[in-house]
Ligand binder design. Structure first.
Ligand code: SF4
Ligand code: SF4
Length: 355
């Protein structure tokens, strides 16, 4: 039986075949040619694979794109960016008690944890990479991942600096990422609410556990691995490259199986796992017609217009042809609302609800 998302996409496909949906209008702006930026190990194979990856990427990028600063991640700004809507202590919901105590929310908040497990595998050379890739994906699924994809790491997706302002540099040779998508099951507590905010925290713990266990699996095989949750690199961009889904108007990864209702983590490794190809299954064309998330967004942060090469606020990293979310408006709303929202997940027409 088709999921709700698959059913909607099949409608789009039918409409496209019959010519009832217009082709996406080309947006004004620079040509989508990304300047090659090679990793420090300079491997020739990697350079070729990176060029191929960029050539088939469904979201075009231009020379203007630069690595993004993790200092501008919303929760990092609460510590330093005086004058930003995110600055200062994070909000609370005094009118509604936490369901299982504040420890659930504070103690289990692993979203900002810098994972310390960095495997020291010493193995080098060739292996049966298709077989290793299959084993690794099975292992990651047993550790809690609903979806697993592999990609070479485009250096453009690494943060320029971390949340503390320090440089981000992957160790040489860690040019592959295993991207894990965990099904988010916390939407039963409708956001924005205290219950939803609390329920999201254990989800971050599950992400951290899955990433560390997957990294450990690789190091046990002899390869190096560095697990990561929200740190080090842009998870959504890596997930698109790894074929887990497409980028939606709401700025989130839209998967076939769950829509945007996933949480992402990744493991960087020097294992030359077989990369997956980016996928397109109609999301971009569907979003061009839909815009329900933009209608429902309580802060008006989601674009109702065409994809553009730059966004409306300083949180927008220009140089990709996409729908930009106004991070300042989103932050201001979440701050006033006690730090939670996620309406753009729940309201998405491609969201496949849990249960
Ligand atoms: S989290 Fe809420 S305010 Fe922010 S973009 Fe999504 S719907 Fe809008
Ligand atoms: S709700 Fe937004 S992200 Fe979801 S399908 Fe519609 S336009 Fe795309």
């Amino acid at each position: 039986m088709l999921t709700r998302g698959e059913f909607l996409l099949s409608l789009v496909a039918t409409a496209l075949e019959s010519g009832r949906i217009w082709a996406e209008a080309p947006a004004a702006g620079p040509p989508p040619a990304a300047k090659p930026e090679l990793p420090t190990d300079g491997a020739g194979d990697f350079a070729r694979e990176l060029a191929a990856l960029r050539a088939r990427r469904p979201v075009p990028v231009s020379d203007r794109l630069r690595r993004f600063s993790a200092r501008y991640a919303s929760f990092a700004r609460s510590r330093w960016d005086v004058g930003s809507p995110a600055y200062g202590p994070r909000g609370s919901f005094p009118e509604e008690p936490l369901p299982t105590g504040s420890a659930v929310r504070r103690g289990a908040d692993a979203g900002s944890i810098e994972l310390v497990h960095r495997g020291q595998g010493t193995r080098q050379g060739r292996a049966d990479w298709p077989a290793v890739t299959r084993q690794l994906k099975q292992a990651a699924q047993s550790f809690g991942a609903a979806l697993v994809g592999v990609t070479r790491v485009d250096p453009l997706w690494l943060y320029a600096v971390d949340r503390a302002g320090g440089p981000v540099q992957l160790p040489g040779g860690l040019t592959t990422a295993v991207v894990l998508a965990l099904e988010a099951d916390d939407e039963a507590d409708a956001p924005p609410s205290t219950r939803a905010a609390a329920a999201s925290r254990p989800a971050y713990v599950r992400m951290a556990a899955a990433a560390v266990a997957t990294g450990r699996f690789l190091t046990d095989l002899g390869w190096r691995a560095q697990p990561s949750v929200n740190d080090t690199a842009l998870s959504i961009a890596l997930a698109v490259d790894a074929g887990l889904g497409e980028l939606g108007r709401n700025g989130l990864l839209i998967t076939r199986q769950f829509g945007p209702r996933v949480r992402l983590c990744k493991v960087f490794t020097d294992a030359r796992l077989v990369p997956d190809a980016a996928v397109t299954f109609g999301v971009r064309k569907f979003c061009a017609l839909c815009a329900k998330c933009a209608e429902d967004c309580p802060s008006g942060a989601i674009s109702r217009g065409e994809p553009a090469w730059e966004g409306p606020s300083r949180l927008s990293n220009p140089g990709a042809l996409k729908w930009y979310v106004n991070g300042e408006k989103c932050l201001a709303f979440r701050r006033a609302n006690g730090n939670s929202c996620d309406t753009c997940v729940r309201s998405c027409l491609l969201n496949n609800p849990a249960g």
